[in-house]
Structure formats: C-alpha cells, structure tokens
Design a binder for this molecule. Structure first.
Ligand code: SB7
Ligand code: NI
Length: 203
C-alpha cells in the first residue's frame, strides 16, 4: 500500500511532465498501479485507517503522484447526501482519460483546492468547468464516457491536470487569489473537511 512517503511532492520534476499513454492489454504492473491508487483513496477515507497509517485523506490520486508518468488516475468521491442526484459516489480507475467536452460555465470550490503533492496551502479560487464529459478506459480496457458536474467534475479536472504536468495553484489568479473567500478557506487534511469541500459555487 502507498504511504505518505511514497507521494511525490511539488519540486519533483515528474509532477511537471506529460504522462505517457498506457497500452493494452494492461501489464500486471499497470493493473497493480491502478488498484493501489484506489486502495490509497479507500484507506485514506476511513478515519481509523487514515489515522493509523498517518495518511492525508484524498478523493483522487494521479499516477505521477506515486512517481509513475502514465495516464492513469483514481477517483473516489464521497457520497453527497445533500444532492439527491449524486447520492452514489463516483468511483473509477481512469486509464488514458480525455475530457471530450467541458461547459463554458465555470465553478470553483469556495474553500479552494489542496493536493497531496503540495504541502503548502495556496488559498484562492481554482476556476474550472462546472460540467465535463470524460472518456477513459478501465483496467480491463472497456471504454467509458461519463458526464460529471460540480464536485466530481472538479476532482477529475484536478487529476487530469496532474497527467499533463499542471498543479491546481497554476490556475489561481495571482492578482486576486482569494477575493472574498479567506474566511471560508479550510485545508484538506481529513476527509471530513474534504467532504465539506463539495461546496461548489458556479458563477
Ligand atoms: C480538492 C482536492 C482534490 C481535487 C479537487 C479539489 C484532490 C486532492 C488530492 N490530490 O492531490 C489528488 O491529485
Ligand atoms: Ni493533486
């Protein structure tokens, strides 16, 4: 299993590189990579295990964050009891994901974003598309195309950014990083706060 010591940190050049397409049939090694990334998310979202292994809770993890420059990411969103349309969490190991369409309408988390690879806090809005359609392959090579909105759409954009060498703070407006949001900013340290971060404000 992955521990915090296995997570690459900002400054490691792999986080700024373009990841490589994953060929099929998947190698045993690539399959294991996908499974281990999802396992990190599951363990990190269990408060007891998160504490036991001293993890930072995560809703997504991209391969470059575990030192592998391949187009693969895992996403596990917590269920949203307040949003009847999104009662079931979005859970996927995405291989070779591509955003095939994205809404002009933007959204940002009121609390800003955090990243397992970035120890420093960067307060500020991270503007993203409110809705996206993403195409990807699963571990068995089956093709999927899903439409996501709000929080899951934001997470998937954050993960796909990682695969192309972009970090969330690259999107923060340096002149007005956190206009009006200072009071609401919370760091993502535990899944509790990660869950509360679903507060999305379309503009
Ligand atoms: C806030 C947090 C994440 C995505 C979008 C908004 C994920 C944080 C964990 N990761 O560093 C995954 O790359
Ligand atoms: Ni990240």
């Amino acid at each position: 299993m992955y521990l915090m010591k296995d997570i690459t940190r900002d400054g490691n050049p792999i986080l700024r590189q373009q990841s490589e397409t994953v060929p099929y049939p998947l190698s045993a090694e690539d399959r294991k990579l996908g499974q281990k990334m999802m396992q990190y998310l599951e363990i990190s979202q269990d408060p007891e295990q998160c504490e036991k292994y001293q993890l930072r809770a995560g809703v997504g993890l991209a391969a470059p964050q575990v030192g592998v420059g391949k187009l693969m990411a895992a996403v596990l969103t917590p269920p949203d009891e307040d949003d009847p349309e999104q009662i079931s969490p979005f859970k996927a190991i995405m291989v070779n994901p591509v955003i095939v369409s994205s809404s002009v309408q933007q959204a940002a988390l009121t609390v800003g974003e955090g990243c397992l690879s970035v120890d420093k806090e960067f307060p500020g809005y991270v503007p993203r598309s409110d809705r996206i359609t993403v195409h990807y392959q699963d571990l068995d090579g089956a093709e999927h195309q899903v439409r996501l909105k709000h929080y899951p759409a934001i997470i998937v954009q954050h993960e796909i950014d990682h695969l192309h060498g972009t970090l969330f703070y690259d999107h923060i407006d340096k002149n007005q990083p956190s206009a009006g949001i200072e009071a609401k900013f919370l760091s993502i340290r535990a899944i509790k706060s990660a869950i509360s971060n679903k507060d999305v404000i379309p503009n």
